[in-house]
Design a protein. Sequence first.
Length: 224
Amino acid sequence: MTVPTGLLNLGPLEQLRAGRLPERIVRLLAGLWVYGLAAALMIEGALGAAPWDVFHLGVAEHVPLSFGTVMVITSIAVLLAWIPLRQMPGLGTVANTLLLGPFADLNLALLPTPDALWLRIAFMLAGVVACAFATALYVGAQLGPGPRDGLMTGLTRRTGWPLRRVRTLIELSALAVGVLLGGTVGVGTVVFAFGVGPLTQWFLRGLVVRLDRPVVVDTRPGGG
C-alpha cells in the first residue's frame, strides 16, 4: 500500500468542492490545535523533542524569534520542495503554515514544566500519540496537507514507498540538521522518529474523510 485508501490527490478547487466541507474544516483546525499541543508536550517533557522540533529549537537558539515563529518560517521554506513533487497546496496547507506555530507557542505558554520523571515520560508519550493523531486528522480532512506532510505524501506517491518509511526518513533528516544546530535531543526524539510514522498510518485508516472526486463539466460549446 502506498497511501491510505480514500486519500485523494485533489487540486485546491477540487478540495473545496468535494463535499462535507464544514466537517472537514473543523477536522483541519482541530488537528492543527492538537499538533501544537503535541509539540508543546514533547518540549515541556524535556526528554527530547520531535525531530522537526529539534530543528526548530536549534534554529531558535541562533535567532531572536519564538519557537512558533521559526515553525512558520520553516513551513514557508519547505513549500519550495513541493515544486518538483508537483504537490498541490490547499486551504489546509495555508492554515498549517500560518497557524501551527502560534498554536505551539500558545500551548507552550499554557502547559507546566513537570519535575517528576514519570510525568515527563507521560508528556513525551502523549506528545508522540497526539502528533500522529493530529497529522491523520488534518491530512484526512483532504484540504491539502501541511508543508512537512506534503513532503511525506508527495514522496510516497512519487516513490511508491510505504508512508511509514517516507515519514521516518523525513524525520531522521530533520533531526540530523537539528542536532548540528544545537537542538534538544533525547529518548523522546528516538521514540517519536520511529513511532510516529506507523501510528500516523494506523490513525489514517479511520480518519480519512471519504470523498468522491468532483466531476468537472466542460461548459464550453461542444464540450462534454
